[in-house]
Design a protein around this ligand. Structure first.
Ligand code: NAD
Length: 552
């Protein structure tokens, strides 16, 4: 039975034992499509997250996707081009049920202005990373990544703990909304600035945020009291980060950690320039997008100048993947790239071993299924400190949004072993229904983005998009249920290419084979990508585990 969704009453959370399609492979994908809308930021516009990341091109295309998923047989494959279904092809039972390519624009044409033009003409839509491929699970999808970044900084700079430390950030949207909870779980006092009071209220309602401060003075007093008591606390402040960051700097206050997750990558549909209210911005999106681009870039120069000032005073400052440095540099901040990107600064040793944001969703809608899988993870990986620590924390602190789901950073061999064991639990009837396995596109072999994932690669291979394309082809050859190739829209246009994968564990022997091939080959390719770039962690992993790496 679908469950009521208080946040978006017209978009119920799927669940229950009934199939509306011909198999769990398609029913699972249909439920994931329903789920990304149920937990999305503006589902009535098909918008899931990251300003303009959409689940389908438009409502007629959405309707046709639903109808196609309902009708296709297991020896057919649904083809989706930028959120619009364009064909159902005869393939075979071992082939994917859905393959899609979203927002891929040829090199010289891959510019923000061309993307907006094609979007307006209804020819393309941006799938974000996980929106268009129906893998988004709400703010919880990035929460472990954000938490791990904070903990890496704690280890490096603050003797392993963030109690008594002040984190300043901005953006409480789909992804940024994970920050207050991640900061709190890391033990810090975290201040999150957002221009939109509705976003802050929503994060508070769903349990990701503790308090909303009425003004900056109160917010800073709350943070400093929590610091003094070494008490974990998350506080939101309604305001524009391009004004609040410089004001905090002007007052001589230096946070311990500073970052930002406003949707700075998109100056039309995302970032709100200083001095503009939300209504004016909404009007200008249609009437005068050029004004927004200019004003947004100008604001970002102040925003990033304050971040650089904090860095000069000794704060740990990093870019959390929203292209804010790139925009600032284009706006004239020469040293914007003195701020490091989070992937290179903190997570690359994990990615080099293909350890990344793996996730699973209980298609039954039963939280008990996730609880059983949590127990299984603790039992299977007792020596993996990152994962056991995370699962214990997550089950205590992370509320479910939409279909019950869990994220955990697992690597080569681990993902496959877990998924196959879960498939067996589905087969034995120990879980109430099938489970979908997926990962973020921001994963070892899956993404080329020279300003985020692949910045400063050891061998200089930052901009080579062969890897995500090879990843998608490998996943098709391995029989994954859904395979996607995405590129950037808005400010990300021309900056990234990524691949996505979903496999449904429905308890069958065929699912076991698909999970084994797709998940093993996915992480093998991740290790190979970093081994090829000369990372010793990856070469070590390749030598220890049989990943099929060819070394010349
Ligand atoms: P979103 O559009 O859902 O939310 C953005 C939020 O920023 C909104 O709440 C908006 O009100 C706020 N905002 C905009 N301009 C502001 C300003 N000047 N001052 C204060 N608040 C402002 O986007 P999202 O899904 O949360 O993603 C945020 C950014 O993070 C995007 O650029 C996205 O692509 C990027 N991202 C990074 C990662 C990662 O792996 N690190 C993952 C996902 C997304």
């Amino acid at each position: 039975m679908p469950e009521a969704n208080p946040r978006h009453p017209d978009f119920p959370i799927p669940g229950g034992p009934e199939l509306r399609t011909k198999s769990w492979r398609t029913e699972g994908l249909l439920r994931l499509l329903e789920n990304v809308l149920a937990v999305g930021e503006a589902p009535e516009k098909l918008i899931v997250y990251a300003a303009l990341g959409k689940a389908a091109r438009n409502w007629p295309a959405h309707g046709a996707i639903v109808k196609s998923l309902t009708e296709i047989d297991e020896d057919e494959t649904l083809i989706i081009q930028s959120g619009k279904p364009v064909g159902i092809l005869k393939t075979h039972a071992g082939a994917p049920m859905v393959i899609m390519a979203n927002c891929n624009i040829v090199g010289q044409w891959a510019k923000a202005e061309n993307f907006y033009d094609l979007e307006r003409k209804g020819l393309i839509c941006w799938g974000g990373l996980t929106a268009g491929a129906w893998q988004y699970i709400g703010s919880q999808g990035v929460i472990q990544g954000t938490y791990e970044i904070f903990m890496r900084i704690a280890e490096r700079r603050f003797a392993g703990a963030l109690a008594g430390r002040f984190i300043l950030t901005a953006g409480l949207g789909g992804m940024g909304g994970a920050q207050p909870l991640a900061g709190r779980m890391a033990g810090a006092a975290i201040l999150c600035v957002d221009v939109d009071p509705a976003r802050a209220r929503m994060r508070k309602e769903i349990g990701f945020l503790d308090e909303i401060a009425p003004d900056l003075d109160t917010a800073l007093a709350m943070i400093s009291a929590a610091q003094a008591e070494k008490r974990a606390l998350s506080v939101a402040l309604i305001g524009n980060a391009a004004e609040i960051y410089p004001e905090i700097a002007r007052r001589g206050i230096t946070p311990d950690i500073v970052t930002d997750q406003t949707s700075a990558h998109d100056l039309v549909y995302g970032y709100v320039p200083a001095g503009y209210d939300l209504d004016r911005v909404r009007r200008l999106r249609e009437q005068n997008p050029e004004e927004l681009i200019e004003a947004g870039r100008e604001s970002i120069t102040h925003h990033v100048a304050a971040m650089l000032e904090f860095q000069a005073r000794g704060a740990e400052v990093f870019d959390n993947g929203n292209l804010i440095r790139t925009q600032a540099k284009q706006g004239g901040i020469e040293h914007a790239f003195d701020i490091p990107i989070f992937t290179e600064a903190y997570l690359r040793p994990l990615f080099a071993r293909a350890i990344g944001p793996f996730r699973w969703m209980a298609l039954s809608g039963d939280p008990g299924d996730i609880a059983q899988i949590d127990d299984l993870v603790l039992e299977m990986f007792p020596d993996n400190a990152i994962v056991t620590n995370w699962i214990r924390l997550a089950r205590a602190h992370v509320p479910f949004e939409g279909l019950p789901a869990r994220i955990a950073w697992l690597g080569h061999g681990e993902r496959t072993a877990l998924a196959r064991a879960v498939n067996q639990m589905v087969a034995d009837g120990r879980l109430s229904g099938p489970v979908a396995f997926s990962r973020d596109h921001l994963d070892a072999g899956a993404m080329a983005h020279p300003n985020i994932m692949t910045e400063n690669m050891r061998d200089g291979s930052d901009a080579i998009a062969d890897w995500p394309l090879i990843s998608a082809m490998t996943l098709c050859a391995s029989g994954a249920d859904l395979v996607a190739v995405h590129s950037g829209g808005g400010g990300y246009a021309g900056y990234m290419t990524s691949s996505g994968v979903t496999v449904i564990a429905d308890g069958t022997a065929a699912a076991d084979q698909r999970l084994k091939l797709a998940l093993t080959n996915d992480t093998a390719l991740g290790v190979i990508r970093y081994a090829d770039a000369g990372y010793s962690d990856a070469l070590d992993e390749a030598a220890k585990k049989d990943v099929g790496h060819i070394r010349l």
